[in-house]
Each structure stands twice: as structure tokens, then as C-alpha cells.
Ligand binder design. Structure first.
Ligand SMILES: NC(=O)c1ccc[n+]([C@@H]2O[C@H](COP(=O)([O-])OP(=O)(O)OC[C@H]3O[C@@H](n4cnc5c(N)ncnc54)[C@H](OP(=O)(O)O)[C@@H]3O)[C@@H](O)[C@H]2O)c1
Length: 306
């Protein structure tokens, strides 16, 4: 029987189990993908802990995971442009990708370009779609200086590169161990410890035009204090601040389209975008993978390899 991640109740990483499950059966328009890589994300940890119960409750036993890349293993009726054996990148909204086999809507798959490594392909959807939407929301251009808070994270590492491709000057807030990576990707690193506002002003010459907050905890207030207008601030975390100031909240739901995934995969294939991989773990080590993620100091992505 194929293996899949399951949890039976809300709790710490210890509620996560890898169990034998029946082979999933695809309905019309769907395929079964044999998963080669599945990225993990902080939102999944928040759901597992029950912190999002009012907004996105779990039903038990719950599976986990949206991100996936793998090889098509079975095709149901009504699927014409995907075939058994195809190498694909995709997503599911069914909390199901952290598994050996997953059922996916054929419209939620794009081909894996040969130059995109499996662990990168499998980590691309949540952070890529989110960074794409957040960057489009603040529309950075060649005359702009953009600040990205959480610049070393899964979303932040992609957002800084997309903004650079759009020609903006980009300041990335990160801890010193991640400054070299940011510098190597055209971004001015700024330490977020005490005194961050003055460091941003010094690094930007006193003018900040746009701000993406991927971390929360006061960065929207900081953006307002820096004089950024609300329509050029996007937070993917701080709904309370968004309500206070009327800033944007474009994130995964806005960017969750196969065309976006294909565009990002094409950029990676062409050498214009890098998704740093902080670590890979076998499916059996799912608890250890989330322990690393939940320390919140990874550069880029943590990925499960079933
Ligand atoms: N709304 C949406 O659609 C949506 C979609 C995806 C994610 N999210 C949310 O967005 C957040 C980011 O997701 P992610 O996948 O990018 O997370 P992540 O990869 O786990 O982010 C980790 C990063 O956070 C940085 N960080 C830690 N403390 C910080 C601080 N005080 N100030 C600035 N940065 C700090 C770390 O940088 P250092 O190691 O350098 O400290 C690390 O690189 C999560 O809360 C996630 O749930 C929302």
C-alpha cells in the first residue's frame, strides 16, 4: 500500500504519522501522480496546530500538503493533455501531496522542464504563486525601491528575484547568515534587529516606494512609518494590520494558477530564478522536516522526498 502523511488531532509535530493508505482513485479529469518531491510550508504547521481552526478547519484523519512534483502514474477519463509517464509540477487543494501517490486535477499540472531539479519542482507551488501575487500587487519597476521582509524565506527569496527582474532596487530584511545569498541575487541585505528602520532609510537613500511583508509582527506598521502608500504594501500574514491600514493581502489564492507555475518553472529553466533548498527529508522523517521549518530560520525551502 502507498504511504501518506496523516494526523488524527491538532498538536505539535509529534501528531504527524506516515501510514499505509489505499491507492487513491482519480475521478474524471484527474490523474494519479507518483510524488518525487513535496515542499512543506508554515501554513500547514499552523493548520496542524489548530491555530487556523476558525478559518480553515481540519477534518480527521487529515492529510497534508499542496506542493508536488512527480511522474503521472494513472490517467482517468476526460484527461487528454497529460499521459502516464509525464514528469509534472503541480498542486492540490486537498491537503494530500505529502504522500507516495496523490490524485491531482489535470488542470493543476504543468510539465517539469528538464533543468528544474525534483526538489525545486516539488517546492515551487505555494511559495512561487504567493511571491508572484505579492510582487504583482506592489508592481515594482525600475524607478522603485522595494523592501521585502522575510527575504530569506520561501516566499521572500522568490519575491526579491521577481522584483529584481522587474528592474526595482530591492532591500531584503534577513539575519546576517543570509546576507551573502541576498547580495548574490542582486538584493541589498538589511539586518532586521533593533534599528531596522534607520538601516532601511540609510540603504534606500531615504525613499521606499513599495513593501512586501512575508513575516508579520509589525512590518506593515514599519512600511507605513517609512511613508509607503497602502496600495503599494502587500502582507501575506498580518490581516489585522491590513484591516487597520487598508494595505493589500494578495497571496497564494491570487497566484494559484497553472500558468503562473509554468512561468516560474520556465524562469528557473532559463537560469533567471533560483529556489534555494534548505534541506530535504525522506517522507518518514516528516516530523524532523517540520521541526526545521518551524524554527523559522531556513534559507528557502524544506522538501519531503517520498
Ligand atoms: N497568504 C498567503 O497566501 C500565504 C502563502 C504562503 C505563505 N504565507 C505565510 O507567509 C509566511 C512566510 O512563508 P514562508 O514560506 O516564506 O516562510 P519561511 O520560509 O518559513 O520563512 C522563514 C524566514 O523567516 C525569516 N525571519 C525569521 N524571523 C524574522 C524576522 N523577525 N524578521 C524578518 N524575517 C524573519 C527567516 O530569515 P532569517 O533566517 O534570516 O532570520 C527565514 O528565512 C508564513 O507565515 C506563511 O504561513 C502566506
Amino acid at each position: 500500500m502507498p504511504k501518506a502523511v496523516r494526523f488524527e488531532r491538532y498538536g505539535d509535530v509529534d501528531v504527524l504519522e506516515v501510514v499505509d493508505v489505499p491507492r487513491p482513485v482519480p475521478g474524471p479529469g484527474h490523474v494519479v501522480v507518483r510524488v518525487r518531491a513535496a515542499g512543506i510550508n508554515p501554513g500547514e504547521a499552523a493548520i496542524r496546530r489548530g491555530l487556523l481552526h476558525d478559518r480553515w478547519p481540519a477534518t480527521f484523519p487529515s492529510g497534508q500538503g499542496s506542493d508536488l512534483a512527480g511522474v503521472v502514474d494513472e490517467v482517468a477519463d476526460g484527461v487528454s493533455d497529460v499521459a502516464v509517464g509525464d514528469e509534472v509540477i503541480g498542486f492540490t487543494h486537498d491537503r494530500a501531496s505529502q504522500a507516495e501517490l496523490v490524485v491531482v486535477d489535470a488542470d493543476h499540472l504543468v510539465p517539469r522542464p528538464p533543468g528544474v531539479p525534483w526538489e525545486v519542482a516539488g517546492a515551487l507551488f505555494v511559495v512561487g504563486a504567493t511571491a508572484h501575487a505579492a510582487t504583482e500587487a506592489v508592481a515594482p519597476g525600475p524607478d522603485d525601491t522595494l523592501v521585502v521582509a522575510g527575504a530569506a524565506g520561501g516566499v521572500g527569496t522568490i519575491a526579491v528575484q521577481l522584483a529584481r527582474l522587474a528592474g526595482a532596487t530591492v532591500l531584503g530584511l534577513a539575519s546576517p547568515p543570509h546576507h551573502d545569498w541576498l547580495r548574490d541575487h542582486g538584493t541589498v541585505p538589511v539586518d532586521y534587529s533593533d534599528g531596522v528602520e534607520q538601516r532601511i532609510l540609510d540603504a534606500s537613500g531615504g525613499r521606499v516606494d513599495a513593501f512586501i511583508d512575508t513575516f508579520g509582527g509589525g512590518y506593515v506598521d514599519l512600511a507605513i512609518s517609512l511613508g509607503v502608500v497602502p496600495e503599494r504594501i502587500d502582507t501575506i500574514v498580518d490581516w489585522a494590520a491590513a484591516g487597520r491600514y487598508g494595505v493589500k493581502t494578495d497571496g497564494n489564492m491570487v497566484g494559484a494558477r497553472a500558468e503562473v507555475l509554468a512561468e516560474l518553472a520556465g524562469l528557473i529553466e532559463a537560469g533567471g530564478l533560483e529556489v534555494p533548498i534548505a534541506g530535504t527529508y525522506p517522507l518518514a522523517d516528516v516530523r524532523e522536516a517540520y521541526r526545521e521549518l518551524e524554527r523559522r530560520h531556513t534559507l528557502g525551502k524544506v522538501v519531503l522526498i517520498p
